[in-house]
Design a protein around this ligand. Structure first.
Ligand SMILES: C[S@@+](CC[C@H](N)C(=O)[O-])C[C@H]1O[C@@H](n2cnc3c(N)ncnc32)[C@H](O)[C@@H]1O
Length: 357
C-alpha cells in the first residue's frame, strides 16, 4: 500500500514538473490572443456569444489564418480560466469559446482601457531577451538581465522608443484605473488634502480619479520623468511636472505614489522617501500603494501573482528592486524619517501604505 502511494506521488511529481516545464506556453499564448485581438472579437459590446475558432478567425483575420491552431490556443487557455469552452451537443466534436470573467479583463472598455496592453507590454522582444538570463541575476546582481540583454536600463530603453513608451503608459492606465476605483471606495485618507503630488504618476490617471472623488484637492501635481509627462494628456486641476525623484520632489500637503518603490533597491527607496519627507509639512503624509508580500509563501493565486511580479522586477527593472513585506516597508520608512506607519489591504494585489511624519 505504501509503495502504491509512493508511486502515485512520483507520478504526480512528474506531471507537476512537466506542467511547470511547459508553462511558457501559457503567457505566450495569452500574448498571442491579445495580439490577434480575440477578446474584443468575442465580446462584441457584451454579447460574449460562444464562437468557434473559425468564426473568431473571420472577425480578427478577414484575410484568413489557421483555425485549428487558434483552437489549440483557445483550448489551452480554457484550462487556465481565460475562456469557457462549449462542446457542441450534436456529436460533431465542434467547440465554441466565450470569455470568462478573467478573459473579460482583456476587453477594451468605454475608456479604451483593459489589461491587454499590460500583457503586450510584458512580452515585447526586448523583455523576452532578458527572460533567458534570469539566472544572471543570481550570478551578478549588479547588472539587470534586461541590461545584459539590451545594453541599457529598461526605462531609458522604453523612452527612446515612442511605441514602447506609449504601450507602457497604456499598460499602466489599464491596471491602475480598476485598482484606483477599489482604493477610492475603501479609503478616505485624501480628505482635507489641498495640494497632492503623485510621484511617478505616469499619464496622470490616478490623480484624475482622486480629484474627481475629492474636489477639496485643488491642485494635483503629476510628477514623472520629463519624457513621460511630455506625453501625458491635459487633465483639469492637474499640473504635469517633469523631474527626477532621486533629486527633488515638488512640495505638497500629501504625496501619493503608486507602484514605484517596488522597482528600486532598499537604499534607493530610502532616498526617494527622504525626498518625500523633505517635500511634506509637519504631520504630512506619504501614501504609497505597492504589491506587499505575505510573510509565508503559499500556493494561492495572490501569493503567486505577487511572487511572479517580484521576479519580473528582478529581471527587467532592478536586480535588487523587489516586492517587500509590510515589515520591510515599515523599516525603510523609518530609516527615511517617517516614525508612523499603517497598512490597509484595499485590493488583492496592492496594499496601501501610509507613512506619517
Ligand atoms: C510602474 S510605473 C507606475 C506608474 C503609475 N504610478 C501607476 O501606478 O500607474 C513607474 C513610474 O515611475 C516613473 N519613474 C521612473 N523613474 C523615475 C524618476 N527617476 N523620477 C520620476 N519618475 C520616475 C516611470 O516613468 C513610471 O511612470
Amino acid at each position: 500500500m505504501e509503495e502504491k502511494a509512493a508511486t502515485e506521488a512520483r507520478n504526480h511529481a512528474r506531471l507537476a514538473i512537466m506542467e511547470l516545464a511547459n508553462m511558457i506556453s501559457v503567457p505566450m499564448s495569452l500574448n498571442a490572443i491579445v495580439r490577434l485581438n480575440v477578446p474584443d472579437a468575442i465580446w462584441q459590446g457584451g454579447s460574449n456569444t460562444p464562437l468557434s475558432a473559425s468564426e473568431i478567425l473571420a472577425r480578427v483575420l478577414p484575410t484568413g489564418g489557421d483555425a485549428e491552431n487558434l483552437q489549440r490556443i483557445l483550448r489551452m487557455l480554457t484550462s487556465y480560466g481565460v475562456f469557457a469552452e462549449h462542446l457542441c451537443s450534436d456529436g460533431s466534436g465542434d467547440r465554441k469559446y466565450s470569455l470568462t470573467v478573467v478573459g473579460q479583463t482583456l476587453v477594451t472598455d468605454n475608456d479604451g482601457l483593459s489589461y491587454a496592453p499590460y500583457v503586450l507590454q510584458h512580452h515585447q522582444e526586448a523583455l523576452m531577451r532578458a527572460w533567458s538570463l534570469v539566472h544572471e541575476a543570481v550570478v551578478d546582481p549588479t547588472t539587470e538581465p534586461f541590461v545584459k540583454a539590451n545594453g541599457e536600463a529598461a526605462y531609458g530603453y522604453y523612452l527612446k522608443q515612442p511605441e514602447m513608451n506609449g504601450l507602457m503608459l497604456k499598460a499602466m492606465s489599464g491596471v491602475s484605473v480598476p485598482f484606483m476605483k477599489a482604493m477610492l471606495d475603501g479609503y478616505n485618507g485624501f480628505e482635507g488634502v489641498q495640494r497632492l503630488v503623485d510621484v511617478g504618476g505616469s499619464a496622470g490617471d490616478c490623480l484624475r480619479m482622486i480629484l474627481q472623488k475629492y474636489p477639496s484637492v485643488r491642485e494635483g501635481i503629476n510628477f514623472d520623468l520629463p519624457e513621460v509627462v511630455a506625453k501625458a494628456p491635459e487633465i483639469p486641476g492637474v499640473i504635469h511636472v517633469g523631474g527626477d525623484m532621486f533629486k527633488f520632489i515638488p512640495q505638497g500637503d500629501a504625496i501619493f505614489m503608486k507602484w514605484i518603490l517596488t522597482t528600486w533597491t532598499d537604499e534607493e527607496c530610502q532616498k526617494i522617501m527622504e525626498n518625500c519627507y523633505k517635500a511634506l509639512p509637519a504631520r504630512g503624509k506619504l501614501i504609497a500603494c505597492e504589491p506587499v508580500l505575505p510573510e509565508q509563501s503559499d500556493e494561492s493565486h495572490r501569493t503567486r501573482a505577487l511572487l511572479e511580479g517580484d521576479i519580473f522586477v528582478m529581471t527587467i527593472y532592478r536586480a535588487k528592486g523587489k516586492h517587500r513585506t509590510e515589515e520591510q516597508f515599515r523599516r525603510i520608512g523609518l530609516s527615511a524619517g517617517f516614525p508612523h506607519f499603517r497598512a490597509f489591504p484595499v485590493d488583492h494585489f496592492y496594499t496601501l501604505l501610509e507613512f506619517l511624519k
